[in-house]
Design a binder for this molecule. Structure first.
Ligand SMILES: NC(=O)c1ccc[n+]([C@@H]2O[C@H](COP(=O)([O-])OP(=O)(O)OC[C@H]3O[C@@H](n4cnc5c(N)ncnc54)[C@H](O)[C@@H]3O)[C@@H](O)[C@H]2O)c1
Length: 459
């Protein structure tokens, strides 16, 4: 099918690449000239594992091209809107990019079009879109509006798109449902040339859930808010563990063994960030307020999350006392591993706070440093962990990149001023780092003093 994707960000590029991968003829429209120029020269404006190879293959096969929004709108019979919906200062989702795309569709598209909201939007946005198109369209445009929220996770977006656990579509006509089923047919049947696994193991077919547009829109906000709630819950319990002398890692394991709860999203840490959870939670609360529903529960989830930054800064101050003039080795800037995305990353908030206390930050992140430099230019960006550790008063881990779990601890302990690790993600083995002479401070009662080498103990 001829498909257009509007917006070449994390969601739009993955959608365009994967729809081309499963055989569609895709045009991806982007309004940012710099991004567009990069894409046209074969470079990606973001880092996302495997996306470069899928895009490269699709372009070479002639199934994916990039251009302006106007060109894209004229191309596809289905148009997937994947533009950003950032938060306004009051927490509402800013829908101006959605409206701008709708205006271009109304002006430029002719014949029948299925307009699909893939961006995360508040309930009733579909109805609003229908009204807007109805009021501005040329007479030759016939259209359906559908909702198809995206559940991919940055860092595993290609895998999530091609092997999802569910595909949700919100429609108001059988024609729209049929078209979406046809578009996703290879994924629903899991009959895809999987670019990720040479010998792709048989997968469980995802559930294709058809609802009305309002319900589909609500499913996305409710899903993200629920996951955010799980994270704040475990962080809250983590604080109690720390105060009462329990071990949050064991407590989380025990809770997660209940299949009704499950083990994921039960990792204590410095809080959730990124372009989804913080803004979607806020937007969901605002929507509820507008409809007169009491969402105090989710306000608390947000409040607990914001306090994680204070908690981490306090932890660092407790260990180091005065921060002024001290060098801190900060590992991780991205809001999560395997992405270069720093939007609403708690690491950046923590760094800013440490800077105001006078600390000198020596940071390293495998992928997010270029982006972080735009936001925080006045820290030292290092080539690797060991450079960042030089003469540091502590190693502060803020993003749980896998490579941080397998460091040369012996080498590291020789570089730092004091062998102290403050693990904001509870992702290191306290016993391993302690055996290399590090004091370890984690969250939720997970700490360990450096182990005295056997030679010393034995005299
Ligand atoms: N990032 C995620 O993990 C994720 C996951 C699921 C859903 N979502 C939702 O998907 C949407 C997009 O998120 P993202 O992370 O991809 O955002 P993004 O900021 O990375 O990408 C949005 C892109 O849209 C482009 N754009 C804006 N207006 C345009 C226009 N008129 N024409 C063409 N392009 C235009 C921007 O220049 C940008 O490149 C948001 O609503 C987000 O909440 C994001």
């Amino acid at each position: 099918m001829k498909i257009s994707v509007i917006g070449a960000g994390y969601v739009g590029l993955t959608t365009a690449a994967c729809l081309a991968q499963i055989g569609h003829d895709v045009f991806c429209g982007e309004k940012d000239p710099e991004k567009l120029a990069r894409l046209r020269s074969g470079k990606l404006p973001i880092f996302e594992p495997h996306l470069d190879t899928v895009i490269d293959a699709a372009c070479k096969a002639g199934r994916l091209r990039f251009g302006s929004t106007e060109e894209a709108v004229e191309w596809g019979v289905a148009i997937f809107i994947c533009v950003g919906t950032p938060p306004l200062p009051n927490g509402d989702a800013d829908l101006h990019a959605i409206e701008a795309v709708a205006s271009i569709i109304a002006k430029r598209a002719t014949g029948y079009r299925l307009i699909v909201e893939k961006s995360t939007v508040p309930v009733q946005t579909g109805a609003q879109l229908r009204r807007h198109l109805g009021g501005h369209r040329t007479r030759s445009l016939d259209y359906d509006v559908a909702s198809n929220p995206e559940f991919l996770r940055e860092g595993t977006s290609v895998e999530d798109f091609l092997h999802p656990d569910r595909i949700v579509v919100g429609v108001e006509s059988a024609r729209a449902a049929d078209m979406l089923r046809e578009i996703y047919h290879p994924i629903i049947d899991q009959r895809i040339a999987c670019p990720l696994h040479a010998d792709c193991p048989p997968r469980k077919a995802p559930r294709f859930l058809v609802t009305d547009t309002n319900s589909s829109e609500l499913i996305k906000h409710a899903s993200n808010s629920f996951l955010a709630m799980k994270i704040s819950f475990i962080n809250m319990v983590s604080d109690l563990c720390e105060a009462a002398g329990a071990d949050i890692n064991k407590v989380a394991e025990g809770i997660g063994l209940d299949p009704r709860i499950g083990p994921s999203f039960l990792q204590p840490g410095i809080g959730f960030g990124g372009f989804c959870f913080p803004k979607d939670l806020q937007a969901f609360v605002r929507i509820a307020e507008k409809f007169g529903c009491d969402f105090t529960l989710l306000k608390e989830v947000e409040r607990i999350n914001q306090k994680r930054v204070d908690l981490m800064v306090e932890k660092i101050k407790t260990e180091l006392w005065v921060l002024r003039g001290k060098k801190l080795c900060v590992l991780g800037l991205a809001f999560k591993p395997n992405t270069d995305d720093i939007r609403f990353a708690p690491a950046l908030s923590i760094i800013r706070r440490l800077q105001t206390e006078g600390a000198q930050i020596q940071a390293y992140d495998p992928k997010a440093m270029d982006r972080a430099m735009q936001e925080i230019p006045d820290i030292t960006y290092c080539q690797n962990v060991y450079e960042a550790a030089q003469n540091a008063a502590a190693v502060v881990l803020l993003t749980e990149w896998k490579e941080f779990q397998n460091l040369d601890w012996e080498r590291l302990s020789g570089l730092v001023d004091r062998p102290l690790i403050i693990d904001g993600r509870n992702c290191l083995s306290r016993d391993v780092v302690a055996s290399h002479g590090f004091e370890y401070v984690g969250l939720g009662g997970i700490s360990a003093a450096a182990q005295i080498p056997a030679a010393v103990v034995n005299g």
